[in-house]
Ligand binder design. Structure first.
Ligand code: UD1
Length: 432
């Protein structure tokens, strides 16, 4: 196991290149299994969630060629359907997309219930299952597995589906299954995140007929087969936002490169309120903080609202803002576990249900902290870079699930951060 050592207290300067979007990649890889041909996927982020999903496809007979750092070819022409075991599914939440993709391609899926980031509350998938059922699948949850199969032969059929909850995962999963179903599907009250549009664009470029992604209603005319093609994944909104929050917390000036500025509006707006300067230059943002940080209130919402996946990173910056800030988490019932770690660094935070009240302090001090999930881990890097003294961050495997070359990228901005191995005996002690 590894840990990160961070010497904090310095502003950040320089340029950072943003990688392909994690949450698009982890849906597009399962989507590739529906394609009868070679998918060349560009701007694929090098993150462990993507590697894991590709290895699951390989186990089912996919041929995968890595052409360069960010381009892969996935050929699932001779794929066989297989049970996805617990050991694979539990390591990545997005493994739930394998259900929709396998149902679409084979009319049957047998996948262990997903794992991934545990925010402390439950993360149900009832809306995914409701959608599969409407598309003509019989769905059973038994022994930790979801066994879903088309009732009429090997193909699902189109349906009208109204989601009870705006869900990113359910929207994409139902879209996957419906893309190869027989007939017309309308999904209402869908999520509108940029990566939903990206997955729809990917499928369309492989021959699917999906309209309306990015609006409240998605309409899908099922096609017989998907063919190979080339597709480039959009830049990662949350990775970009993480570096923007870092410069807010640490001060300095950075250029966040290769992004879609429109996707950043919800994050940029909050940073401007906090006294951070953000300037758009083509597909880059120049982010500068020279003066003091000012308090603000944040409420997480489905896109185009403020993303829950940016909430911990902004909290890190708000710990250092003048005044009292309130964060309202309205997507997940419990996503403030990380605040206990911030308190170890001197932050003043009170959590009450889905509210966190942050009283800004003059400075944080380095401490030993543990990442409890992916975005909490990123927030701990930010807090540690802003803090005086040395911090040790454990649980970094969560961070590497979704951030490409995070150490190198922060070092490129002047962050003093290194990796070290946790000695076996120390690991045994902390596990106990
Ligand atoms: C996805 C993202 C995650 C992000 C989240 C919200 C991926 C792989 N993960 O997670 O990074 O934090 O969107 O933007 O893209 N819900 C139900 N029933 C369901 C599904 C969801 O009640 O069947 C609830 C959830 O508990 C949550 C809310 O709906 O309260 C939104 O969840 P959802 O958008 O589905 O999140 P995920 O797809 O799990």
């Amino acid at each position: 196991m590894k840990k990160y050592i961070v010497e904090g207290g310095n502003p950040l300067f320089g340029e950072v290149q943003i990688s392909g979007a994690k949450n698009a990649a982890v849906a597009i890889i399962p989507a590739a299994l529906m394609v009868d041909g070679v998918c060349r996927i560009e701007n694929m982020p090098q993150i462990s969630d993507a590697t894991l999903l590709m290895s699951i496809l390989q186990d089912m007979g996919a041929h995968i060629r890595v052409l360069n750092k960010s381009t892969v070819e996935i050929d699932c022409s001779s794929l066989h359907n297989a049970r996805i075991p617990y050991d694979s599914a539990r390591r990545c939440r997005a493994s739930y997309y394998l259900i929709g993709a396998l149902l679409g391609r084979f009319g049957a899926a047998d996948v262990a219930l997903p794992g991934g980031c545990d925010f402390g509350g439950t993360r149900p998938i009832d809306q995914h299952l409701k959608g599969f059922h409407a598309l003509g699948a019989q769905v059973e949850v038994q022994g930790g597995f979801i066994d879903a199969r088309a009732v009429d032969g090997d193909r699902l059929h189109g349906a009208n589906i109204f989601l009870d909850k705006v869900s990113v995962g359910a929207t994409i999963n139902i879209m996957l299954a419906a893309a190869l179903a027989d007939g017309y599907t309308v999904i209402e009250n869908v999520a509108k995140e940029p990566h939903i549009v990206d997955v729809a664009n990917f499928l369309n470029s492989m021959g699917a007929n999906i309209k309306g992604a990015g609006t409240d209603i998605i309409k899908i005319r099922g096609v017989e087969r998907l063919h190979g093609g080339t597709y480039s994944i959009i830049p990662d909104q949350i990775e970009a936002g993480t570096y923007m929050a870092a410069v807010a917390a640490c001060g300095g000036q950075i250029k966040v490169c290769n992004i879609i500025p429109k996707h950043m509006d919800c994050i940029t707006a909050k940073l401007l309120e906090m006294g951070v300067e953000v300037e758009e230059i083509d597909d880059n943002l120049l982010v500068r903080r020279i003066g003091p940080l000012v308090k603000t209130n944040i409420k997480t919402m489905p896109y185009p609202g403020f993303p829950t996946d940016m909430q911990p990173q902004m909290a890190a910056a708000l710990c250092l803002a003048h005044g009292t800030s309130i964060i309202t988490e309205s997507i997940f019932s419990s996503r403030f576990r990380y605040t206990e770690e911030f308190k170890r660094m001197g932050a003043q935070i009170q959590v009450d249900g889905n509210l966190a009240v942050i009283e800004g302090v003059d400075h944080l001090t380095g401490a030993q902290v543990e990442a409890c999930d992916l975005r909490a881990g990123a927030a701990m890097i930010i807090a540690a870079l802003a803090a005086y003294g040395t911090s040790e961050i454990r649980g970094v495997q969560y961070i590497e699930r979704g951030y490409e070359n995070v150490i190198e990228k922060f070092r490129g901005l002047g962050g003093n951060i290194s990796v070290s191995e946790i000695p076996d005996e120390e690991e045994a002690l902390s596990a106990g």
